[in-house]
Design a protein around this ligand. Structure first.
Ligand code: UD1
Ligand code: CA
Length: 453
């Protein structure tokens, strides 16, 4: 089999986005359009991926420098055929070139395989789709069922415009032949551009056959030209993602009110209420319940854990059978073991909490190591920052921290310690003892309130 090279055309300006940002850097489901296309290309294991950039090229390259693709500049931009011409010098003759568009983000890998499978020494694979409104697209012209060429809307006769089968732009062509046809392109057309689509007519004239494939769903070949189309494809993506999760055993209170902006892996009998956003990589165990209005970013949630309404969880590993929220904020580098309870208006940052520990109300626990079965009372604050440096707090197993206490780090509350409510703890406490720092309560007998003069 010939090596496959994917060429992604991304040099267009994207005027209709009305944006200072290059179009391919706009985001769909949390990822840039170009990242979606590169990810789809990657799944069919090409020998290499070449991205043709132009408008805002430096911004595109620096924003997406992690993509491991070859970048080629097209300047000026003289059309899709001219764009592919910039890439072909980097392609070996025996390769097959698959052309994708940087602004067609949701193309399905299965569809790409179908197109590639149709390319050979004698054939070109072309992805076409039947549209009820083909306005703006290149039309596929056939004679006795065989594709003869593609005509762009601006160059089409009224009869040709009646054709509903359109060019998606995605095609697979043997590289050596492509090189020859690209060299023959002319810009004597309505847009004064070198059209990649004219390759089809030249190829047929040279005795090639155009084998067409169809996408599984029309949406996967829709391009994004403006923000309305971006929002429409976002919704399509979300519907598809919600359906996938439901088929895998996740119950969604309303599939239209879940947003997935990354990669979600979920177990069985997971239940997700409305207005939940899952971002980055989120792994959800069996029987997890997620309440409404919750945002989870790059986190792992253990089986049977319950996350109540209005939580924000970021960069955390949460064990099994925990209960989080309502209104909890869990920040990066937090690890909760099994059966941990984190309640309302509690913020946990860069801390580990052992099995069965509880921080139920109005507390801040940061840079801390909390043992097992510890109870951190309402309104406890770990004072981890002295204005210059962060310090750690260690709370041993079975410790009990009275409400309204401040633990001034670095400090170690030993296992089994009890801290009296309202204490400011600045020194390590002994195991198993009651420690408190609190002015003694006094009563001034007979004291009278002032009266208004
Ligand atoms: C193109 C096709 C049309 C097809 C449609 C599908 C041609 C001549 N026409 O039309 O048959 O129905 O796509 O969406 O190919 N680009 C460059 N450099 C350029 C011009 C474009 O990189 O000089 C890139 C754009 O960034 C974009 C893609 O190529 O990703 C398509 O360009 P666009 O101008 O949108 O093509 P259409 O006119 O829509
Ligand atoms: Ca154009």
């Amino acid at each position: 089999m010939s090596p496959l090279v994917v060429v992604i055309l991304a040099a267009g300006q994207g005027k209709r986005m009305k944006s200072s940002r290059p179009k391919v850097l706009h985001r769909l489901a949390g990822r840039t359009l170009l990242e979606h296309v590169v990810a789809a290309a990657r799944t069919i294991s090409p020998a290499k991926i070449i991205v043709v950039h132009g408008h805002g090229g430096d911004r595109v390259r620096s924003a997406l420098s992690h993509l491991e693709v070859e970048w080629v500049e097209q300047s000026p931009q003289l059309g899709t055929g001219h764009a592919v011409s910039q890439a072909v010098p980097r392609v070996a003759d025996e390769s097959v070139v698959l052309v994708l568009y940087g602004d067609v983000p949701l193309v399905n890998p299965v569809t790409l395989e179908e197109v590639v499978a149709r390319a050979s020494e004698e054939t070109i694979g072309l992805l076409t789709v039947e549209l009820s409104d083909p306005t703006g697209y290149g039309r596929i012209l056939r004679h006795q069922g065989r594709v003869t060429r593609i005509v762009e809307e601006g160059d089409a006769t009224p009869a040709e415009r009646e054709v509903g089968e359109v060019n998606t732009g995605i095609l697979a062509v043997p590289a050596a032949r492509l090189r020859g046809w690209l060299a023959m392109l002319e810009a004597d057309n309505a847009q004064g551009e070198y059209y990649l689509t004219d390759v089809t007519g030249l190829a047929v004239r040279d005795g090639m056959t155009i084998e067409t494939a169809a996408p599984l769903a029309t949406e996967e070949v829709l391009g994004i030209n403006d923000r309305v189309q971006l929002a429409e494809l976002e919704r399509y993506f979300q519907r598809r993602e919600a359906r996938r999760l439901m088929y895998e055993g996740v119950s969604l209170a309303d599939p239209a009110r879940l947003d997935v902006r990354g990669e979600v892996v979920a177990g069985r009998d997971v239940s997700i209420d409305v207005n939940v956003i899952l971002e980055g990589r989120v792994v959800i165990g069996d029987e997890v319940v997620i309440g409404p209005n919750t945002i989870i970013h790059n986190a792992q949630i253990g089986p049977r854990t319950e996350i109540l309404a209005n939580c924000v969880i970021d960069g955390a590993i949460i064990g099994a059978e925990c209960r989080i929220g309502p209104y909890s904020r869990i920040r990066p580098e937090t690890e909760l073991a099994t059966g941990v309870h984190v309640g309302n208006f509690v913020e946990i940052k860069k801390s580990r909490l052992g099995d069965g520990s509880k921080v139920n109300h109005l507390s801040y626990v940061g840079d801390s190591e909390v043992g097992r079965r510890a109870n951190v009372g309402a309104g406890t604050i770990t004072c981890n920052y002295d204005g210059a440096n962060k310090h750690r707090t260690v709370i041993g197993d079975d410790a009990f921290i009275g409400s309204g206490s401040q633990l001034v780090a670095p400090v170690h509350v030993a296992a089994g310690s009890t801290i009296g409510a309202g204490s400011t703890i600045t020194k390590d406490t002994p195991a198993g003892e009651l420690t408190l720092s609190r002015a003694r309560q006094t009563t001034i007998r007979g004291w009278r309130r002032p009266v208004k003069k």
